[in-house]
Design a binder for this molecule. Structure first.
Ligand code: HEM
Ligand code: HEM
Length: 207
């Protein structure tokens, strides 16, 4: 029997699409800006990279505000709460499933329900990415966009250098998150189940 749950309302899907597209543009142009050679050679022409990076950054920033407000005013916010409850035990259970159980065709330890659409590993990674990683990335990015707002020196070290270091570190960590995210999104009932859910809004499971 097919069980169908409506888990991804239109606003979440729109936010996610815009977030994914702007994020990919930022990673691509960020890498190009970072690995520019001393002769000025880069993956994408420098001035073009700067424009794309700045425009995608503004879109990502406003879109992030839309996500935070959306989660406050809608039911979706409940999926980002109570993430500390039984954290270690739940993570262990989910980790063991991904390491061993999945290959023995065991059933998912935390089946998807209307009240719990994320398993504990998804929940903690989404909470950390969206409520810690993204704010640090955006704040450091805004600092680079408006350098006059940054402290000139902090303990004798240039504030601009510190901000750039934080920005690059967060960009790197969130890019790693994206790789793991893409992989774990293939671990639903079938490899495409979760992707279809994010496109159509409905999560289908079969008994
Ligand atoms: C996935 C997201 C992002 C990644 C991977 C990323 C990565 C990078 C990297 C690697 C650089 C070059 C820094 C250097 O090597 O010195 C850079 C520069 C910069 N980033 Fe980002 N960034 C991201 C998002 C953002 C956001 C959200 C903002 C603003 C809100 C932003 C604003 C800037 C600015 C202003 C610069 C300086 C160059 C320019 O004006 O385009 N970035 N970023
Ligand atoms: C090519 C890029 C991406 C693809 C294909 C993708 C795919 C997916 C899929 C299939 C889901 C639904 C499965 C689930 O609920 O876990 C999902 C949810 C989610 N993704 Fe992504 N993703 C991408 C980029 C990103 C990025 C860059 C971020 C954050 C920086 C992100 C954050 C999230 C969050 C927070 C959710 C849960 C949304 C909710 O239902 O409240 N994703 N993603």
């Amino acid at each position: 029997m097919t069980k169908r749950l409506y888990l991804y309302p239109v606003w979440v899907r729109l936010w996610h699409l815009l977030n994914a597209v702007s994020f990919l543009l930022l990673v691509l142009t960020g890498i190009s800006l970072h690995f520019i050679t001393s002769e000025g050679n880069s993956l994408i022409r420098f001035d073009i990279s700067v424009v794309i990076h700045n425009v995608a950054a503004i879109i990502l920033t406003f879109n992030y505000g839309y996500f935070v407000i959306g989660n406050i005013v809608s039911n979706n916010g409940k999926h980002y709460k109570n993430w500390r409850k039984n954290l270690a035990a739940n993570l262990w259970k989910q980790g063991m499933y991904y390491a061993v159980g999945i290959f023995k065709k065991e059933s998912h330890p935390f089946p998807v329900t209307e009240d719990n659409k994320f398993n504990p590993l998804q929940k903690i990674s989404y909470v950390l990415a969206m409520y810690l990683g993204m704010p640090l990335l955006i704040i450091s990015g805004l600092g680079l966009l408006f350098p006059e707002t940054i402290a000139y020196t902090v303990f004798n070290v240039s504030g601009l250098v510190l901000t750039a270091m934080l920005h690059i570190t967060m960009g790197f960590i969130l890019s790693l998150f994206l790789l793991i995210h893409l992989y774990t999104c293939t671990l639903g009932e079938k490899p495409l189940t979760l992707f279809k859910g994010m496109i159509k809004g409905y999560h289908d499971s079969h008994d």
